[in-house]
Write a protein that binds this ligand. Structure first.
Ligand SMILES: Cc1cc2nc3c(=O)[nH]c(=O)nc-3n(C[C@H](O)[C@H](O)[C@H](O)COP(=O)(O)O)c2cc1C
Length: 200
């Protein structure tokens, strides 16, 4: 049995977000193919997550990993306890929505999700896997625009810091480009998601 964290980051509610349309279909198919797994959903806009305060920064630097009462450490320990991660977020201003960055700031705690060593950081979440389901108004898959993608690229990099190198992306691009068949693009991403859900 695997524990799956479904991490949703969008201010738009269910039914209005194209990203959630794709990701929810993935989860639906995933549950069908892995009925024994435990799924924990974190809708970040409904969680008690804020920008780091000075107190939070002190927690980040302290070595008391067992302080489960502290929200940052609670989220970090929860993150570490999972086997698989499904992220769902639109690209906002070339990056991830700030609420997702705030969540990463909570879970990125030395000696929980990674540690420092003489040879640099070592990930403490090795053997786990992540899927990022993301959408964007434009296309950042090729050429110069690929350099500008700090959304998927950032998540992939920070997962690497945690030792998670089994990382897959499903993206629906060009959703705000005039003349594009948006339904067809979203449906293609849903198909891809439902197929991956069988083996993820
Ligand atoms: C605040 C904000 C910033 C955005 N920034 C970008 C961007 O930098 N690049 C881009 O291609 N699309 C950008 N978009 C467009 C969204 O990524 C796109 O519409 C996406 O499909 C929305 O997904 P959703 O329906 O799940 O919210 C932005 C949208 C918003 C609301």
């Amino acid at each position: 049995m695997s524990k799956v964290l479904y991490i949703k980051a969008n201010a738009k509610p269910e039914g209005e977000s194209k990203t959630f349309r794709i990701a929810d279909k993935f989860m639906e198919a995933y549950k069908k193919h892995h009925p024994q797994d435990e799924i924990v959903t974190l809708d970040l806009y409904k969680e008690d997550i804020h920008f780091l305060t000075v107190e939070d920064v002190m927690v980040h630097m302290s070595n008391e990993v067992e302080e489960k009462e502290n929200p940052m450490k609670r989220y970090a320990l929860q993150f570490k306890s999972a086997d698989k991660y499904i992220f769902a977020e639109p690209m906002w201003n070339l990056g991830i929505p700030a609420i997702l960055k705030a969540y990463i700031d909570y879970v990125s705690i030395p000696n929980i999700t990674f540690k420092y060593s003489e040879n640099g950081p070592i990930g403490l979440c090795q053997g786990k896997k992540a899927l990022n389901i993301t959408t964007s108004g434009g296309d950042y898959t090729e050429g110069m625009a690929a350099e500008w993608d700090l959304c998927d690229k950032y998540l992939k990099t920070i997962m690497g810091l945690f030792g998670i190198f089994d990382y897959t992306t499903i993206r629906a691009s060009n959703l705000d480009v005039i003349g594009m068949d948006v339904e067809a693009i979203v449906n293609k991403a849903i198909e891809e998601a439902e197929e991956l859900a069988k083996t993820f």
